[in-house]
Design a protein around this ligand. Structure first.
Ligand code: ADP
Length: 260
């Protein structure tokens, strides 16, 4: 309980501090990325283009960091909708395929029933993305990255009793890797904002804190099981809702073109 309180206070402080800064920064970066993209079409192949690419890469990383801070600070618009979780995972396959390295095999196994949840699609994507990036980073020499979905009833024999999760029907997403795994010490600090073991520039320490926040906001729970040298499984649970998701996406903000 005390740890949870500490966590909540920390998140609150970070939220207030970071929210405003991240918001302004995000606008600045959007302009930077936009103009860099235009510039890129004008610059011939050569060293200038290489430098430009490095600049764009940096700006995009910074923009991603801002987005995570905005999620943490709850300063961005959240649009909860009834979604099929399977569809969310399915729609991310291409992106995830590009994200992992060549030596990693991505194995997706979806429940063969609709898994309706009520949540903001972008937030759920963010959670899955963060978990997949962590799994990838834990397997520098390659391995198996599994993503699976299923319906689960709490209480569940294979799931420890979870504080704050009412009995009922839930959906579960599990992301597993057979990478480095984590020591007990690392496991105890996982969800702390800015806790990272990754080298500078690679990790922000905000990935799991963001996941934790999003899942809490949606009355869910997130559990980590890890064994040093064996690998890690992160499972998150969200309440199943009785409504059926719309058969098509009603609209997509940003007006994604044919390539999305
Ligand atoms: P970041 O990825 O930026 O370091 P996170 O909050 O996502 O921030 O993760 C915090 C730390 O937890 C990581 O630096 C890493 O040490 C550990 N970690 C998270 N996921 C995994 C995983 N799947 N396998 C091994 N270690 C992990």
């Amino acid at each position: 309980i005390e740890a949870q309180l500490r966590q909540a206070q920390k998140m609150d402080a970070i939220g207030r501090l970071a929210g405003g800064v991240a918001h302004d920064f995000n606008n600045i970066l959007t302009a930077l990325v936009g103009y860099s993209e235009i510039l890129r079409t004008l610059v011939p192949e050569g060293p200038a283009k290489t430098y430009l690419d490095a600049m764009m890469d940096g700006s995009q990383r910074a923009a991603a960091l801002c987005r995570q801070l905005l999620i943490l600070s709850r300063r961005h618009a959240v649009l909860p909708q009834v979604l099929d979780l399977n569809r969310v995972v399915q729609d991310m396959q291409k992106l995830l395929g590009r994200l992992i390295t060549e030596n990693i095999v991505l194995e997706t196994s979806l429940a063969d029933e609709t898994l309706s949840i009520r949540a903001d699609a972008t937030q759920i994507e963010q959670v899955i993305l963060n978990l997949v990036v962590n799994a990838r980073d834990a397997m520098p020499n390659g391995g198996l990255l599994g993503i699976s979905t299923r319906r689960i009833q709490i209480p569940d024999a294979d799931t420890p009793p979870m504080i704050g999760l009412a009995d009922g029907d839930y959906v579960e997403v599990a992301v597993r890797d057979n990478g480095t795994g984590m020591s007990a010490e690392v496991q105890s600090k996982l969800f702390e904002p800015f806790f990272t073991t990754k080298s500078e520039g690679k990790g922000t320490g905000l990935g799991l804190a963001t996941c934790y926040n999003i899942i809490q906001q949606n009355r869910g729970q997130i559990l980590v099981g890890s064994e040093l040298g064996q690998g890690t499984t992160v499972r998150f649970f969200l309440p199943l809702v009785p409504e059926a998701p719309p058969s098509r996406h009603p609209f997509v903000d940003g007006g994604g073109g044919p390539t999305g």
